[in-house]
Design a protein around this ligand. Structure first.
Ligand SMILES: [Zn+2]
Length: 471
């Protein structure tokens, strides 16, 4: 991380609008066109010829079974070409109701187990059609179930690849999880490319739903990446998924602790931080003043007049841009904010409630800070003569917010990034009305994949790349 942070500190921003190939231009998603259509199970999808124990006729089982058939088809193509091995289907498939009568697999009794998992002892994939899958269907749609089972199947693939994926008994959980997310990304690309018998996935809402489901299953803030149960933050998990989507299973199998450690952001709370507060602070005038100096410091290398953050309602006077709860007003070079609305948005995340679907928590302090920072970054861009009302401007803004977050992660900052903060920004990026990747008028590229990638690019590589890559 040190190199990235040094680059971020040397904030150089240019108004360069020159061309140059970019895999993340606003008009494509990892080289594929931005598409808009209904995603999910194809209306004419065949019934899979699979033997699933205890299966029901409900939607959860339909989607789960179709996913297994589909990933098996994907892997029966990839195993020989990428790894020189024949593909072997899993030995057992089990649908169970975690509230219902006992069902067992090689890993034991499934009663009360709200889960979906691969069990290597009997080479089985099992899912809870009683609670987990219906919950996911309701909140994030069919693709979230596809994501979870494609990930679990990734563990079955790992078990088959063994040393070809560098997997043995001592492999840390986080490595296995990163590989499984990456494998799921490879599979999703194949679906997006139209090769699936069962599913349609658009690169806009379809992939957004898939990424949102990875967000849902992230680890709690404050987990250490070396925890034996660590699966990764949303930031880490989406990185792995996107890597697989962009490069394919061979790169996924090459992931090991050395290669992932430098970019993992999962960390425990610093000593003295109250875990209940999740590292969040109240969004009030003191916090805003700390944010103002943090942003001034981070962007001083751009040599532009500093936008001033003013708590006067969140909409620019005189018919200027209105993107409440925070707007950048070009005529006065100010960021106007609605402090009450941002305080509400910035309340701590209630991850349990979020999972059960009756979320009354906020999105965390960093979601609010990132929204304000994004409006400030528009002022900096205007200062250097860059466009602020184009799709590229929205992604460049997210990239600059990432670059600022990297600076805010350094020790000794007045407003210092804490565990879970980057996930709060990702939550904002995946929200339908979040501002972090929006241009001055609040318009955003339809691809959450691009929005998240833009912020991460700035975070890991610093601000110079933002104007080069997003124009
Ligand atoms: Zn896993």
């Amino acid at each position: 991380m040190v190199a990235a942070v040094v680059a971020a500190l040397a904030l150089v921003l240019s108004a360069c609008n020159g061309g140059g190939p970019s895999a993340t231009a606003a008009d494509s998603v990892a080289g594929l066109p931005v598409t808009h259509f209904k995603s999910g199970l194809k209306p004419n999808a065949p019934t899979p010829d699979l033997n699933v124990h205890n299966v029901s006729g409900d939607e959860s089982d339909q989607v789960a079974t179709a996913t297994i058939a589909d990933v098996e088809s994907y892997w029966s193509g990839r195993m020989p070409t990428d790894f020189g091995m024949d593909f072997e289907p899993v030995t057992k498939l089990l649908s169970y109701d975690s509230n219902g009568p006992n069902q067992t697999n090689g890993c034991g009794d499934t009663e009360g187990d709200i889960n979906a998992f691969y069990c290597s002892r009997d080479d089985s994939v099992s899912w809870d059609r009683g609670v987990l899958l219906p919950n996911m269907l309701q909140q994030f749609g069919q693709l979230s179930v596809v994501m979870v089972l494609a990930h679990e199947f990734g563990h079955a693939v790992q078990y088959r690849l063994k040393d070809k994926a560098g997997i043995d008994k001592s492999t840390p959980t986080i490595v296995k999880e990163q590989q499984a997310d990456c494998f799921a990304g490879g599979y999703f690309r194949w679906v997006v490319e139209g090769k699936s018998t069962y599913f349609n996935v658009s690169t806009s809402d379809g992939l957004n739903a898939a990424l949102s489901s990875l967000f849902l299953v992230r680890d709690s803030a404050g987990t250490s990446a070396t925890d034996t149960q660590a699966h990764g933050t949303a930031f880490d998990r989406i990185f792995a998924f996107q890597l697989g989507f962009e490069t394919g299973p061979k790169q996924c199998a090459a992931l090991d602790l050395d290669s992932i450690k430098p970019r993992l952001v999962e960390q425990p709370f610093r000593p003295g931080t109250d875990k209940k507060q999740q590292g969040d602070i109240a969004i009030d005038e003191t916090a805003i003043s700390a944010l103002q100096s943090s942003l001034n410091d981070a962007f001083k290398g751009a040599n532009v007049a500093e936008p001033q953050i003013i708590a006067d309602g969140g909409a620019c006077p005189g018919g200027g841009p209105s993107t409440p709860p925070a707007s950048y007003c070009p005529s006065s070079n100010t960021v106007t904010i609605d402090l009450d609305a941002l305080a509400e948005l910035g309340k701590p995340v209630d991850q349990d409630a979020e999972f059960s679907g009756d979320n009354t928590g906020g999105h965390g302090d960093f979601a609010s800070f990132a929204e304000i920072a994004s409006r400030y970054a528009l002022g900096v861009q205007k200062g250097v003569g860059a466009s602020i009302d184009t799709p590229g401007a929205g992604l460049r803004t997210a990239c600059l917010v990432g670059a600022w977050a990297a600076v805010a992660a350094l020790p000794g900052q007045k407003l210092r990034l804490s565990a879970g903060d980057l996930d709060e920004a990702i939550s904002d990026l995946l929200r339908p009305d979040g501002l972090v990747a929006a241009d001055v008028n609040g318009n955003r590229t339809a691809s959450g994949f691009n929005r998240v990638e833009a912020m991460r690019t700035g975070y890991l590589q610093g601000s110079p790349i933002c104007s080069r890559q997003y124009n």
